[in-house]
Design a protein around this ligand. Structure first.
Ligand SMILES: *Cc1c(COP(=O)(O)O)cnc(C)c1O
Length: 500
């Protein structure tokens, strides 16, 4: 299966080339020439199978130039007991008759991005050697919080790679920051940026497109690559757990084989929910996808109206990994929804760049709205969801997951559709102790110097245990302390590669 660009001006490439390059030469995103389907009875045949086997069954459909043995090896290594705290990888926790939570935070950095980012390094390195390319891979990521630590963990000590991570100064949680700045492997580099996530992301994109920088980097035997969620190699592992969760619900007797269910996804860059749209198209019986936004609700507005308008104030929230006004992966959905017309997609993307908005035609909008429902959660509603879920089910959720709970509540109120819904729980509550504690108790009565001190407080109050990756964080040494202005980012890259 070959991959082409959503903007139509780049040659077709293999899966491994798409993964190694990250972004197409014309600025578009790689997309498979056709979305494969599950054969009749295929989903059923996966009942009772191990997570890794399901992962191979799903991913091999998209990654034909990797053998199934190779894929099994990657998923076995990436999701091993040294990295994930449960062999289930992504447990589905059934809270009630029509509500389940898909826990995606059992990996080393306690957020869902571990699931793709423990696999991506394997796909990249194998893909590169297949292409006969022996240059060093230089990963550049901009992060709104969770990608950074997950990517740093996934690539740390992977030989033949350097990883550089930029995060917005003061706009990620103390615990997220701590996870990044304590990554001690010699191939990891981290800098805080004076700006917000979108600023950092735009600057990384400009570096990727800069011929002069690329020439220098190539001259030194290196190649730049992206680990952000626009990389095709990240989307594929994200498809797996929806299938796994469905099978678990069937096994638990909550669904009959073939019966539909709803899936709720707290969204920012639109990567996560995009993966779910693909498994739906492949034949997983998802009825509706619920795209949950926080108060930076550019995405849920778009799904409701067909107008994508980023001309609004950027707001910092208690769900920082969703504080995004430019959702890059939406471009892939647009491409499919508009009937695969690259010139139309290119125009919308140009409008977004030049005018700050684009309006899709009614036909495209109706395709999107049929499959996806959009809703948002205010900060108050997010806190309320954390509190209610704790009181009702004695179950702790983080603010991102709570945005999903609020959106589902609104979806049910507006549509009357109370079918079984699975909410993707995208991070551990322990990653966001202050806002979680603030929601379930009176935080002003607790004195603390650093958010890390709140981890044992939350353990005590909830009677649950913090994931080991977070419990050991306080003892780790800070090794990265750089703060950069945006224009200094290219120079920092050259400095890391000893080219300045
Ligand atoms: C990244 C992230 C999201 C948003 O996922 P997208 O793929 O960017 O839409 C939601 N919650 C958490 C905790 C995240 O880290």
């Amino acid at each position: 299966m070959l991959y082409h660009s959503t903007r139509g001006k780049s040659p077709q490439v293999s899966a491994s080339e798409a993964i190694v390059s990250g972004i197409a030469g014309d600025g578009g995103l790689f997309i498979p020439e056709k979305i494969p389907s599950f054969a009749a009875g295929e989903i059923e045949s996966l009942l009772g199978k191990d997570y890794r086997e399901i992962a191979v069954a799903v991913s091999s459909k998209f990654l034909e130039d990797y053998t199934k043995e190779e894929l099994l090896q990657y998923f076995t290594a990436g999701y091993g007991p040294d990295r994930f705290d449960t062999p289930e990888v992504a447990p589905t926790n059934i809270l009630s008759d029509n509500l389940a939570v898909l826990e995606l935070w059992h990996g080393p950095t306690c957020a869902f991005k571990d699931l793709p980012l423990q696999i991506l390094p394997h796909l990249m390195l194998a893909g590169q050697s297949r292409m006969g390319d022996h240059s060093k891979i230089v990963i550049m990521v901009s992060t709104s919080g969770d990608t950074g630590s997950a990517a740093l963990h996934g690539f740390s000590n992977v030989s033949g790679t350097e990883i550089i991570c930029f995060y917005p100064h003061g706009k990620v949680s103390q615990i997220q920051e701590r996870q990044m700045v304590t990554q001690g492997a010699p191939n990891t580099h981290v800098a805080a940026i004076e700006g917000n996530f979108d600023d950092a992301q735009s600057c990384v994109k400009r570096i990727f497109a800069d011929n002069e920088i690329n020439a220098k980097v190539h001259g030194a035997g290196c190649r730049l690559s992206a680990a952000n969620s626009i990389n095709w190699g990240r989307l594929v592992p994200q498809m797996v757990y929806f299938v796994d969760s469905y099978l678990k619900l069937v096994q638990a007797g909550k669904l009959k084989m073939g019966q539909t269910f709803n899936v709720v996804i707290p969204s920012g860059n639109f990567g996560h929910i995009l993966a779910a749209t693909y498994v739906k198209r492949m034949g997983l019986p998802i009825k509706r996808l619920i795209c949950a936004s926080n108060i930076n609700h550019v995405l849920s507005d778009f799904i409701q109206t067909g107008l994508y308008d980023r001309r609004r104030e950027f707001k910092t929230t208690i769900s920082p990994s969703m504080d995004i006004l430019i959702s890059s992966n939406l471009e892939r959905l647009l491409y499919d929804a508009c009937g695969e017309r690259p010139e139309v997609v290119s125009q919308w993307m140009a409008d977004l760049r030049q005018k700050g908005y684009y309006q899709v035609d009614p036909a495209t909008h109706s395709v999107i709205a049929k499959n996806i429902w959009g809703g948002f959660s205010t900060e108050e509603e997010t806190r309320e969801s954390i509190k209610k879920t704790f009181l009702k089910y004695h179950y702790l959720i983080d603010p991102h997951t709570a945005v999903g709970f609020s959106a589902l509540k609104k979806y049910r109120e507006q549509t009357g559709d109370n079918d079984l819904a699975v909410i993707a729980s995208t991070a551990s509550a322990y990653k966001f102790c202050p806002s979680v504690l603030d929601s379930i108790t009176d935080l002003s009565k607790i004195t603390y110097n650093s958010d890390l001190e709140l981890i044992p407080v939350l353990e005590e109050l909830s009677g649950t245990q913090a994931p080991r990756g977070l419990a050991t964080l306080a003892a780790k040494k800070v090794v990265h302390q750089r703060v950069l202005n945006l224009p200094e980012m290219p120079e920092y890259l050259l400095e890391v590669l000893n080219l300045s």
